[in-house]
Write a protein that binds this ligand. Structure first.
Ligand SMILES: [Zn+2]
Length: 58
């Protein structure tokens, strides 16, 4: 008996790449392959990345 397994396509909850907050679909802000809870967090992340890039801690 081959029973077809129903593939449940669950939408993975997305967290903000900047603050880690769970993002609602409505608030989703997608930029550069990352999700943010808002434009503010996107800007925050950009600043952080720019600092890391300039500082080169490694
Ligand atoms: Zn955020």
């Amino acid at each position: 008996m081959s029973e077809e397994t129903a593939v449940v396509h669950r939408v993975k909850s997305t967290n903000c790449a900047s603050c880690g907050k769970l993002i609602r679909r409505k608030e989703m802000y997608y930029r550069n392959g990352k999700y943010f809870c808002g434009k503010r967090c996107f800007k925050k992340m950009q600043e952080k990345m720019a600092q890391e890039g300039a500082g080169s801690a490694n």
